[in-house]
Design a binder for this molecule. Structure first.
Ligand code: MEV
Length: 417
């Protein structure tokens, strides 16, 4: 295959790139039009080798109460059951008073890593003697953060043989702050190099243990029953599943995937780097050497109580947030104004999501609800209108493993009738 077209591809205009890809990879007219219709100048500004915008559905979770305030939360996700589950869990918690979310000081961590340090005590002594100098060098590299009241505030040394990590603690105010932290870490690294210390790497850590968010949900038994199960039975089933996620990493991964279904969808809608939140969450889940569920649920009196703590280094300014009008619209919908508020809301959505999943697992199983939504998607995929979709879905539910062909047949029968 002749790959000459790849040379200098990044320097081409969007239209040229679309033409090259269409020609080289034999796209038909429909695909060419699709690519052209969804291209935006913003997309071209944000990434390299830009072709077009890839679309995902956006919806809102409703009825999420956090610290006494009712939120409508934009979520961007392709999985049919996610927003339904978030709203379901949120409303069950809201009926018992809503989520309680902590307010905590938030810091990011920038690492300057040294390898094969002959004498860690010597490094410790040097860092101790130059403590303020390291901080002011870091702050001078990104002065606007200090003007906003943030900046490098402290540091510590951590030994992870054969490495030693100098962890800068940086207040990035309302931003996610990756660029700021990396710039500061590199400046501190340069200072250390100038004084003879051999630096391996300087980079932020996504294990943002100093930006942790804790959320709590108390759900009265009365708000848990259904599908032939009492509230108390459902609560016990959920508490058992919570224990399972603490002892079995196979289950913990799925338990946490459910939580991240909600958190990621909120992060995407809020223009945040959701991969950063994902990696931090999973690293935190394994912080004691075994991967465990991020949330726990236990029975206290006549209530089921859920608790979750995880790193939530969120931001409401910077990155693509100010550039993307759709992200700005989402902040208008949610009313979220601070990074702390975003962390509180996203973590609450994650716990709501988890409650809905565990409740389904503890009662009639996950597939009943999931399949209802899958049938609807199948109906839509064969061209059913929003009005026809529930009718097609109801017929599909009666078939054991319905496929696209059957969905088409049902749709044309409905249209004929
Ligand atoms: C599916 O996307 C997420 C669940 O599997 C989560 C869970 O099992 O807890 C339903």
């Amino acid at each position: 295959m002749n790959n000459n077209w790849q040379h200098g591809f990044y320097r081409r205009s969007t239209q040229e790139r679309q033409e090259i890809i269409s020609r080289q990879l034999h796209l038909d007219n429909d695909h060419q039009r699709l690519m052209a219709d969804h291209a935006t100048s913003l997309g071209n500004q944000l990434i390299e080798n830009y072709l077009t915008d890839y679309q995902l559905p956006e919806g809102v979770a409703v009825g999420l109460v956090v610290n006494g305030r009712d939120y409508t939360v934009p979520m961007v996700v392709e999985e049919p059951s996610v927003i339904a589950a978030a709203s379901n869990g949120a409303q069950r918690v809201a009926r018992s008073g809503g989520f309680t979310a902590s307010n905590e000081e938030r810091m990011m961590i920038g690492q300057v890593v040294f390898k094969d340090v002959d004498d860690p005590a010597e490094l410790k002594k040097w860092v101790h003697a130059n403590y303020q100098r390291i901080l002011s060098t870091a702050n001078a590299a990104h002065p606007s953060m200090q003007k906003r009241g943030g900046g490098a505030k402290g540091l510590r040394l951590r030994e992870e043989p054969p490495f030693v990590s100098l962890d800068l603690q940086i207040d990035v105010c309302e931003a996610m702050g990756a660029n700021c932290v990396n710039t500061m870490a590199e400046a501190a690294a340069e200072l250390m190099r100038q004084h003879g210390w051999e630096v391996s790497a300087a980079i932020l850590s996504n294990l943002a243990t100093e930006s942790c968010q804790t959320v709590t949900a108390r759900v009265d038994f009365d708000n848990l029953g259904g599908h032939g199960f009492s509230g108390a039975e459902t609560a016990q089933g959920i508490a058992d599943l919570s224990t399972l996620a603490q002892v079995d990493p196979y289950r913990a991964a799925t338990h946490n995937k459910g939580i991240m279904n909600g958190i990621d969808a909120v992060m995407i809608a809020a223009g945040n780097d959701w991969r950063a939140i994902e990696s931090g969450a999973h690293a935190y889940a394994a912080r004691n050497g075994q991967y465990r569920g991020l949330s726990t649920w236990q029975i206290e009196g006549q209530q089921l109580v859920g608790r979750m703590t995880l790193p939530m280094p969120t931001g409401v300014v910077g990155g693509s947030i100010g550039l993307n009008p759709q992200t700005r619209m989402n902040y208008q919908i949610s009313g979220i104004q601070t990074a702390q508020q975003l962390a509180q809301v996203a973590a609450s959505v994650g716990l709501a999501q988890n409650l809905a999943a565990l409740r389904a697992l503890a009662t009639n199983g996950i597939q009943a609800g999931h399949m209802k939504l899958q049938y609807r998607s199948l109906a839509l995929s064969v061209g059913a209108t929003p009005k026809e979709a529930p009718l097609v879905a109801a017929q599909l539910a009666k078939i054991e493993h319905p496929d696209k062909q059957q969905a088409k047949e049902i749709l044309s029968k409905i249209r004929k009738d």
